[in-house]
Each structure stands twice: as structure tokens, then as C-alpha cells.
Write a protein that binds this ligand. Structure first.
Ligand SMILES: [Zn+2]
Length: 174
């Protein structure tokens, strides 16, 4: 089960990443976080009250749903605040992917074919340096994106990857 605390922690993590990746979002006030229980909608972004709301019932099904829904909703707030996107357009999709989401419109588990497996799921981030690709876990991804000059070497090829090699793609590790 995904607890409220886990959802809140994910929002704060994605918010922090947004401030780094989108400098014009750095001055945005912290998001308010709300919860609801009913319906097939996984989340809402409410600009007026500067709130993101999550369906506790759906989010409780798996961390995979949490890890897709939080970037989705936060991306709406970033798009609105910065003017870099609108609705589910290309600008929003780009923001959503950079924040670790998959840029899809909705996250109803059944419709999206998300396999619900209980337990901890890890988001991996896609890097490509011209000849090699590498999927990095959240710790290395964050370090690459936040520490200037930091790089990671592939164990198998020895190739170097740095923050510029992030393609914006992410996946939930099974
Ligand atoms: Zn949406």
C-alpha cells in the first residue's frame, strides 16, 4: 500500500526536481497536497488554490501508479506557472517526462495497462550518449542532474554519462 506520507514525499521530490530543471519554476510557492477517495481519476491539478490532489484509493494500489501520477499532476502546475505547456500538449509532455512521468494523458490502471504489483517499485531514467544507453536509478539520476560535473561510468562499457545525456524517458523497474 502507498501511504499518504509516501505520496507527499514523492510530491516534494518531484517539486524539488522541477525547481532545478525549470529555473522559471524556482520561485513557485510549495504545492498544497490534498486527497480524495472516489472515482476513476487518479489526480487533479488545481491552479486556483495551488493544490495537487490524489485519489488515495487508486494511489494505494501501487507505487508504480504513484510514480506516474505525481509527475503528471506536478507537470500541470509547472506548465501553468512557467507557461511552458498547456493541457496535455507537447510542452506539458516534455515537462512530465523530465519530472519522471511517462507523458501519458491518464493513469487509470486498467486503461493504461499498468501491472499492479505490491511492493516497492523504482523509477529508472534513460541516458544516451551517442553510442550507448544506460538506465539509471533515482539516486544517480538525481546526482547527475543536480551536481555540476558529476558523471557515471557504465560498468559494462566504461562509457561516461553526464546530465546532458538524459533523454527525458523513464520507466518503472519491475
Ligand atoms: Zn492531466
Amino acid at each position: 500500500m502507498t501511504s499518504r506520507d509516501e505520496i507527499i514525499a514523492k510530491v516534494r521530490e518531484v517539486e524539488a526536481l522541477a525547481r532545478i530543471m525549470f529555473p522559471s519554476y524556482a520561485s513557485a510557492p510549495p504545492l498544497r497536497i490534498g486527497f480524495f477517495m472516489k472515482g476513476r481519476t487518479a489526480g487533479w491539478a488545481k491552479y486556483g488554490t495551488w493544490t495537487v490532489e490524489f485519489n488515495e484509493h487508486q494511489m494505494g494500489e501501487s507505487l508504480a501508479i504513484r510514480d506516474l501520477t505525481v509527475p503528471h499532476e506536478v507537470a500541470h502546475m509547472v506548465a501553468h506557472f512557467t507557461g511552458l505547456g498547456k493541457g496535455h500538449n507537447a510542452g506539458w509532455k516534455r515537462i512530465c517526462r523530465i519530472l519522471g512521468g511517462d507523458g501519458q494523458r491518464c493513469y487509470n490502471a486498467a486503461e493504461r495497462g499498468v501491472t499492479i504489483i505490491k511492493g516497492r517499485r523504482v523509477t529508472e531514467y534513460h541516458y544516451h550518449n551517442g553510442s550507448q544507453e544506460l538506465w539509471l536509478g533515482p539516486v544517480h539520476h538525481k546526482r547527475l542532474q543536480t551536481r555540476l560535473g558529476f558523471h557515471v561510468r557504465s560498468n559494462s562499457t566504461g562509457n561516461r554519462f553526464n546530465r546532458e545525456h538524459f533523454t527525458g524517458k523513464s520507466r518503472i523497474k519491475a
